[in-house]
Design a protein around this ligand. Structure first.
Ligand code: ADP
Length: 457
């Protein structure tokens, strides 16, 4: 697997190379064509001049075709040939080495200026302009004037340019790949830093954070997101740690008490009455502990998503009425009034969990309301929502604690000595949310509390 750094560099090099080669090729072709055009224009010009001279010698006849002076650059032609209308050489000037232009029979009959590249001496290219000369009244040209110029210099210049390109393009490619590597390194350095920090952060070291670069770019966002993830992990770890610590603490104390009482009872012979007393007290403690273990298990499994709801259509009002009937003696024993009013409501839900929800809320209301108070349960249904409201006229909950009471093991200071473990509301919240609803509290210390579970339909 190639590293991103290598991939970036290769891509960079590839793109730069393509651009350089295209650039080099276009320069080469453009320059070659321009130089050839200059030579062509100059040769045509020279041939035109010679034609004019010839015609004026013959009696000032107009040449055909009429072409003006187009070139400003004057190249003195190396070759000049006069060929008559039958293709016979009339006169010629050879180049310095004594070479003459090869005769080309195909020029006979052409009435326009021709430009050809011929090869002499097997290797030397010569550019030749052929200029037809005819009197104004003549049907066919009577003379062809050919002027030629060796392309040796042009070929040399082209070769030099090719060499220069062949040296400078690879050189620029090397520089470009070094530059690409440098840029890739620079761009990836912050990623490397994030990776190093990530390596340092382990399960036991969630305090560390990645330094977020100030640039506000993609890397900054990545680092910030990474830190957020570690925050969440740290919170989850912390919750888990507290949960385990709280759970073991809650279990240890009652178990120690139980053990002490049983050991004390066994220390000497007791009467049957004394044994019954100890056993009854122990049984009560064991029932409480099993409830705690059940609640712990429910919460742990709900958190891992292992608790599926058994959803069935059910009459919520009938379930509530049943529960009111069940806990009424408890309320009466505490000197409380229990009020109940409900619409006829059918919802799809898990009967066992909804029963648990109602019982926990009613149990709390009774627990935290002193004698003479009222506990009420109201079920309402409107177009969009089914709501369960459990209200009491009890001790109430201070505002700053209202958000905390749904946390596991949270108990208000004053109720530390009460029988609860602080898991009831956490379970209520889970049950409500698992049914797609939300559980909220509204409370005023000294005047009472109102818990509202709302399920959107
Ligand atoms: P517990 O087993 O202690 O009742 P819960 O999770 O059911 O645990 O409740 C958490 C805390 O919220 C309780 O300790 C209590 O302080 C407070 N609380 C719950 N319900 C009421 C209520 N109806 N009135 C006043 N305080 C309440």
């Amino acid at each position: 697997m190639l590293s991103i750094r290598t991939k970036l560099t290769i891509w960079y090099l590839l793109i730069i190379s393509l651009a350089l080669i295209a650039f080099g090729a276009s320069i080469y072709f453009y320059l070659s064509r321009s130089m050839l055009r200059i030579i062509d224009a100059s040769l045509t010009d020279q041939a035109g001049l010679l034609a004019r001279n010839y015609l004026s010698d013959q009696g000032a006849l107009e040449s055909e075709p009429a072409r003006g002076h187009t070139s400003t650059a004057r190249i003195v032609p190396q070759f000049v040939q006069y060929i008559d209308g039958n293709g016979q050489l009339v006169d010629e000037i050879k180049d310095a080495a004594g070479h003459s232009l090869p005769l080309s029979p195909d020029i006979i009959g052409s009435t326009a200026v021709r430009l050809d590249t011929l090869v002499i001496n097997n290797e030397e290219q010569v550019r030749v302009a052929t200029y037809p000369v005819r009197a104004a009244t003549a049907a066919a040209p009577e003379l062809y004037i050919r002027v030629g110029q060796s392309l040796l210099d042009l070929q040399k210049a082209q070769r030099r340019l090719l060499w220069q390109l062949a040296i400078s393009i690879p050189l620029m490619m090397v520089i470009a790949s070094l530059g690409g590597l440098f840029l890739a390194n620079r761009a990836l350095r912050p990623v490397e830093r994030v990776a190093q920090a990530a390596r340092r952060i382990g399960a036991g070291n969630l305090r560390e954070r990645v330094a977020v670069p100030a640039a506000g770019d993609e890397i900054s966002r990545l680092a910030a997101l990474f830190n957020e993830m570690i925050d969440r992990l740290e919170q989850a770890f912390e919750r888990e740690r507290r949960f385990t610590a709280d759970a073991s603490h809650e279990l240890r104390t009652p178990l120690a008490v139980l053990r002490g009482e049983l050991e004390l009872a066994l220390r000497k012979e007791r009467t049957g009455e004394q044994y019954r007393e100890v056993l009854t007290a122990s049984l009560e403690e064991i029932i409480r502990l099993s409830k705690l273990v059940d609640d712990l298990l429910t919460l742990a499994r709900s958190e891992r998503g292992e608790l599926a709801l058994d959803r069935q259509p059910l009459r919520l009002d009938e379930l509530a009425a049943q529960l009111c009937h069940y806990i009424e003696p408890l309320a009466e024993a505490k000197g409380l009034t229990l009020e109940y009013c409900a619409d006829e409501i059918t919802i799809v839900g898990d009967e066992m969990r909804l029963r648990q929800l109602l019982l926990n809320l009613l149990d709390n209301a009774i627990k935290y309301t002193p004698a003479g108070g009222t506990v009420s349960l109201r079920l309402k249904r409107d177009e969009h929502v089914v709501s369960i409201e459990v209200a009491d006229t009890g001790t109430g909950i201070p505002r700053e604690e209202q958000a905390l009471i749904f946390e596991r093991f949270y108990r208000q200071q004053q109720s530390r000595t009460a029988v609860g473990f602080g898991l009831g509301l956490a379970i209520c919240k889970w049950i409500t949310e698992a049914h797609g609803g939300s559980l909220t509290v509204n409370s005023e210390p000294g005047r009472g509390s109102q818990f509202l579970a709302a399920f959107p339909i």
